[in-house]
Ligand binder design. Structure first.
Ligand code: ZN
Length: 181
């Protein structure tokens, strides 16, 4: 376990060499026709098709499992109340109530919005044992989950901000919460 942190840092520094320069969050309005904040049906779109519609930095992380540079996302420090959606398909992933300051440089959450919003996959790249998290609707790569988060889950979902769309709290979110309690 002692080797884990240096390797982890190395993996990211290696990736940083080829990472896209930090850009302002791409707020493209030309979303794929499958994009929806309400439809939870599975999305199966080929990478070739995603490549035509997604901004290059989103495609790199979501479909090629890239990692954005730490501290590059404006969402990392965002404290507004609202919902975080998959920037690829619009699937609701996290609510701001579960966001916390992890100090790792990426937006961090301790719990997804629902059990089906996220898919977990073992990731053994870079000689590390990690758990990758993907969008439950479109299987886009989001980031990783680690077991060093705060209560109540003890989990830290370390998510690339570039694959998140943030929408401020609105009536729909309130309804969702009331239903869930
Ligand atoms: Zn998605």
């Amino acid at each position: 376990m002692k080797l884990l942190i240096p390797l982890f840092a190395l993996a990211f520094s290696l990736q940083n060499c080829t990472a896209q320069p930090s850009k302002k969050q791409a707020m493209s309005t030309d979303k794929h026709p499958a994009y929806s904040n309400n439809d939870s049906s599975k999305v199966t779109v080929t990478d070739a098709e995603w490549k035509k519609t997604l901004p290059a930095d989103v495609f790199e992380v979501a479909r090629l499992k890239g990692t954005e540079r730490p501290w590059s996302s404006p969402l990392e420090s965002l404290k507004d109340t609202g919902t975080y959606y998959c920037a690829v398909c619009g699937n609701a992933l996290f609510v701001s109530d579960t966001k916390f300051e992890s100090g790792c440089g990426w937006p961090s959450f301790y719990q997804p919005i629902s059990k089906t919003s996220i898919i977990y996959k073992p990731d053994r790249t870079y000689g590390m044992e990690r758990t990758e998290v993907e969008c439950g609707r479109c299987n886009s790569h989001l980031g990783h989950v680690f077991e060093d988060g705060p209560p109540p889950t003890g989990l830290r979902y370390c998510i690339n901000g570039v694959v998140l769309d943030f929408k401020k709290a609105q009536a729909a979110e309130k309804t969702f919460k009331e239903k869930g309690q």
